[in-house]
Design a protein around this ligand. Structure first.
Ligand code: COA
Ligand code: MG
Length: 295
């Protein structure tokens, strides 16, 4: 899952455009991009869209971003969309691993009612939208079999902190948001699930967007969320391993295979030991099963 495109679910036009965007996954949004008065329409359109888009092949993965557990809206959201058998649910304003279990129990009821397999609907939580959530980043490991990845947000966190800005003049995230980003990477790794980078709001600045994608990939994120179709192609390009990095990974694996008893080998003047082999294998695994590809 390299690219996840947010699509406000109250817009038929955007839903249609989302399907044609080339995104690996669509996040049909019922939360912050949909005004309260438009939620009923968004739920209805999301349900219709799920039914229709499921029949396409190939198709992107289809997730629904529901409203948060504290919103008083999530029950109605799930009631509307569970029957459409989304691949997963994005949980905003998630505070800890117990919240995943809470949502998981709600999903289990819906799955039984809709004749879906138990655990079929995955969860990707947004784990940095409140200050309290940042103190619980170690609680996701082992919390739920449904966990399919972790992602983070800097906008709601800034609102929570009463901050004027979350980026410096040069575009870099200020301290609290850099912390949130880094903790997301660490929490995802501890939970053994992919880390997904947050959105980039200035959708006309594609050069700045590309740089942020590249920085995320270098740090270990496997993909990035998009808010505009123009961002999707860049994400897919940046997060697909390059031929050079695949060739290098094959060379690393080959160097160890050539000397099975060796703990350490050298390749082109560089020392390689266990972590380098692990990284190479990970990259090849991701590439070979194209874990992003649509079903
Ligand atoms: N998904 C699908 N289609 C989208 C889209 C999206 N996220 N964002 C824009 N489009 C469509 C537009 O409808 C427009 O279609 P048209 O050419 O048929 O008119 C086309 O892509 C070009 O859009 P553009 O004119 O460049 O932008 P806009 O002013 O219409 O929309 C936003 C700008 C920010 C309102 C829009 O990109 C958007 O709604 N993004 C998602 C917001 C969201 O979900 N936020 C929550 C997560 S942070
Ligand atoms: Mg939000």
């Amino acid at each position: 899952m390299r690219s996840q495109l947010f699509v406000p679910a109250d817009s038929e036009k955007k839903l249609e455009k989302g399907l044609a965007s080339g995104a690996d996954c669509l996040f049909l949004d019922l939360e912050d991009s949909v005004a309260l008065g438009a939620k009923p329409k968004a739920r209805r359109l999301a349900a219709e869209f799920l039914a229709e888009a499921q029949r396409r092949s190939p198709r992107p993965l289809l997730y629904v971003r529901v409203n948060g557990l504290e919103s008083g809206l999530i029950e109605t959201d799930l009631e509307a969309v569970a029957e459409g058998a989304p691949d997963g649910v994005v949980l905003p304003k998630c505070v800890n691993g117990a919240a995943l279990q809470h949502l998981g129990a709600m999903l289990a009821v819906k799955e039984a009612q809709a004749d879906l397999a138990d655990g079929a609907i995955k969860i990707i939580p947004i784990v940095t939208e409140t200050a309290a959530a940042l103190f619980n980043m170690g609680t996701y490991a082992g919390a739920s079999q449904r966990l399919a990845g972790l992602t983070w947000g800097a906008e709601d966190l800034a609102a929570c902190l009463g901050a004027e800005e979350n980026r410096d003049e040069d575009g870099a995230y200020r301290g609290p948001y850099a912390l949130a980003r880094n903790l997301t990477l660490l929490a995802a790794s501890a939970a053994d699930v992919p880390a997904i980078d947050t959105v980039y709001l200035n959708f006309r600045d594609l050069a700045g967007f590309r740089l942020e994608c590249a920085a995320a990939r270098r740090d270990g994120f496997i993909g990035k969320m998009a808010i505009h179709p123009a961002q999707v192609e860049i994400i897919n390009e940046v997060f697909t391993p390059s031929e050079a990095s695949i060739a290098r990974a094959h060379a690393v694996v080959a160097a160890f295979a050539a000397d099975p008893e060796a703990g350490v080998v050298s390749l082109e003047g560089e020392m390689l030991d266990a972590p380098h082999l692990k990284r190479a294998r990970r990259l090849l695994e991701r590439f070979s099963n194209k874990s992003w590809s649509a079903s």
